[in-house]
Every structure is written in C-alpha cells, then in structure tokens.
Design a protein around this ligand. Structure first.
Ligand SMILES: [Zn+2]
Length: 437
C-alpha cells in the first residue's frame, strides 16, 4: 500500500469512527474508481456528506449506519468533467423559418428559462462545471445565480458577461454592443464593466472567426490585449482570449493571457512561451466539426462546410504540435445551440492527437480545475472536494468513448442530477438515445 493510499484510508476510518452517518450521508459503491489521484482502484467506496466528499476507501470498510447507499458497482466513477468553453445561453427556439444564429428577438428572461435544456444536456454528458465565455445582457450571470441558489438544475458556471470585441460590421452573438471596445482606454473600461457586473472571467475576441467564418484576422492590437490582461489581473480575475489565427494567438500569449482559445498554426516560439508561462490552450477542435455536421440547420453552403472541415484539420494539427511541445491542454467544446450534449466529444480528438485516455481526462478535470483556480475543490475524487461525480459504463482508461457516450449517472454538489442506471443493460455499451427537445 502506498502512503497516499494509507492516508486516504485513514481519513476514511476516522470519518466512520465518528457519531455515525448524518441524515445527508451517501455512500457510493463503485466497480472502479478513477479518482484523478494515482491509479484506478477496483471496488471502491466514496462517502459524500452534504455537498462534499468526506472519505474514499475500499469495499472492506464498514458502511456507516443510516447512510444512503447507492449501488454503482457496475460502473466506473470519474470526477465530474469540466467544459472550459461554452455559450450556454445560446438557445434556438426553432421558430419556423429561423436559424440558430438568426432568430426573432425575445426577452432575456425567456432565453434564460429556455437555456435550462442546454444545462440538462450538459449534465447528461457528465459535465458538472462550465466556463461560459460570452453571453448577452448578462443572461449567464442570471443563470449562474439561479443554479447556485438551487432554483435551476445545471452545471457550476464560471462566466464572462460580454466578450470584448472591436467595432465591426456585423455584431456577433455574445459580443454585441455591450462588449464593444476600441482602444486601450475603452478596453480597460469595458473589461472593468464585465467584472463589475459579476463576471468571473474576462473574455476577449482577439481575431475574426466564428460560425461559418474561419478567417483569423487579428482584431485587438497587442497593446489592447495587454490592457485587458492587466485590468483583469489587477482585479483578481483571469482572462481568456479567442484567436483563430496565429498572430492574435502570439500577441495574446505575449500579453500574458491565462487561456488561449481555438488558435491554429501557432508558431513554435509562442508554443514555447505557453509552456514557460503555463498558458492553457483550449483548442476546441470539435466545434467546427459540429458546425460542419449541422450546416443544414445554419443554412451554410457545401463550400462553407469544406472550409470548416479544412479548419478542423489545421486545428487538429496545431493541437498535436502543442501537446508534443508540452503545452497544457484544456477541454472546451465551444458548445452553442444544438451542440449541448456533445460537450465531451473533444476528448476523442485529444486521444487521436496522442494523449492517453488518462491524459485526455486530465484535460477535462485537473488541468481545467487548476485554470479555474478550483484545484482544491474540483477535478478529483478525494476528501474535501465537491461531490461532482460521474458513473460511466465501461473503462474510460481503456476506451475514451466510454466517457463520451456511456454516462449513466451524475452527481453534482452531492445531489444526483442524472440517473440512467435502471435503463441500461450491463452488456450494452452503445450510446443512450437522447430525449428530443
Ligand atoms: Zn466561443
């Protein structure tokens, strides 16, 4: 037995030697435990008290009297996954004749209510925490508040308010006039306004490129990026910069950004600087795959689909180079509209790019938790951490598709939010059909 294991079991014994189970104690019996700390453990027991994990041990340990026992012995338990790049308030009401990114106007309150569907699909994918990078009218802040108060079921949210963007012809969703900024002073004012409104992160659109547009022209200058980074860090907030192209990526990294989103063709010097600074790369390879697959809903042409697929390949090649160079990689889906539920498909790209399944899971757990400054709360199954837990059918360390397709049960903050354990058969590892919206 390793000393780490002994400590874990000691903590477990201490927990059991107390006055017995509280009314809120839940004991999970799991077939296999992938905790994010050390190797996988067979036949483990996880004790949850309230919203936190209090103990992790093996199945020879006695169950506290009066505890609620959940039998997950057919499943592997992994930490709740973290999606570092979503737009959960982008909902498509499917008004006849509308497109996801071209819908009749509606009140923000309606949008927030409708976004519950995205929240549910996100949890069903095993994602218990999201970093939402751009919304309008602070719908993201409203949602975060409702979820934190227990009035809405959804993932933990870290939000950015309006993404900062330069003046351009067509306002983009998530960066409409509320995020408009030109020049250093304006950037500082608008970044402060987002933090003042309650944003956890600052988001900046450092290049063109979104939806069917795969151009990567740098928008903000280095000085503007530096101003945004300085303002965010002075107020104790991290910052994410979007860049499709390499020049915006280079300037964002030089400016000291915490995470770089999307970029392709990142030059070697920039990759080296990312390693040195610990900058996290969130490649979001799968999101243009999603756009290509759903081009009919968006009304895009075959030529546009071709451009999207070409960008996916460049993005994937850049991911491979970044991983090989030792850059920290984080999982982000960039999910919008009908993309929720597909949040973790990015894991498949990670393994294809050369990661082991364990490294891919780390990109969605420990690396992401550290970026969110929640490495003592999220991303692991260990005493003291939030009880954000996912039971999957099969072994995700053997086949990453198990984590993508076989989520059967999800606990967030100590509460069971998804339970499909009764409907799956032990031999069936095919994806569960999803309920229609
Ligand atoms: Zn995005």
């Amino acid at each position: 037995m390793t000393s780490g294991r002994r400590i874990v079991l000691t903590v477990f014994m201490l927990a059991l030697c107390g006055t017995g189970a509280s009314a809120e104690t839940t004991v999970l019996r799991v077939g296999k435990l992938v905790s994010g700390v050390g190797p996988a453990v067979a036949h483990a027991v996880v004790v949850v008290d309230g919203e936190r994990i209090t103990a992790v041990g093996d199945d020879k340990t006695a169950i506290p009297a009066g505890a609620h026992v959940v039998d997950l012995s057919r499943f592997t338990l992994i930490p709740g996954l973290i999606d570092l790049h979503t737009h959960i308030t982008y909902v498509w009401d499917r008004t006849p004749g509308s497109r996801p990114n071209s819908q009749p106007a509606r009140p923000t309150a309606v949008t927030v209510f409708m976004a519950q569907d995205n929240a549910r699909k996100t949890l069903e994918a095993g994602v218990t925490t999201i970093r939402d990078l751009g919304s309008q009218d602070y719908a993201d802040i409203a949602m975060r508040t409702l979820i934190n108060r227990g009035l809405m079921v959804g993932p933990r949210m870290f939000v950015a308010g309006y993404g900062l963007s330069i003046t351009r012809g067509t306002p983009r969703p998530g960066a409409a006039s509320g995020g408009r900024a030109d020049g250093v002073d304006d950037v500082m004012r608008v970044a402060r306004a987002q933090i003042g409104a309650g944003a956890d992160w600052v988001k900046m659109f450092g290049s063109t490129g979104s939806f069917q547009d795969v151009t990567g022209f740098q928008t903000f200058t280095y000085d503007e990026m530096k101003a945004a980074v300085t303002v965010a860090h002075q107020l104790g907030k991290p910052i994410a910069i979007h860049s499709y192209g390499p020049s915006g990526a280079r300037d964002a990294v030089r400016a000291g950004v915490d995470s770089l989103e999307h970029a392709v063709d990142i030059d070697d010097d920039t990759l080296a600087l990312m390693v040195k600074q610990g900058t996290v790369y969130v490649p979001t390879v799968d999101h243009n795959r999603y756009y290509a697959d759903n081009a009919a809903d968006y009304g895009w042409s075959p030529a546009q689909v071709e451009a999207l697929n070409a960008f996916v390949q460049r993005n994937f090649e850049t991911l491979k180079r970044a991983f090989k160079a030792g850059v920290k990689i984080g999982l982000g889906s960039d999910a919008v509209y009908s993309g929720f539920g597909q949040n973790t498909r990015e894991l498949g790209w990670f393994v294809k790019a050369g990661m082991t399944p364990a490294q891919a899971l780390a990109a969605a757990t420990t690396t992401s938790a550290a970026l969110l400054r929640q490495d003592k709360n999220l991303g692991r199954i260990a005493p003291g951490y939030y009880a954000d837990l996912v039971a999957v059918e099969g072994d995700p360390l053997e086949d990453i598709n198990v984590a993508i397709n076989n989520v059967r049960w999800v606990m967030k903050n100590g509460t069971t939010v998804v339970d499909k354990t009764k409907t799956s058969s032990p031999t069936d590892s095919s994806p569960q059909p999803r309920k229609k919206f």
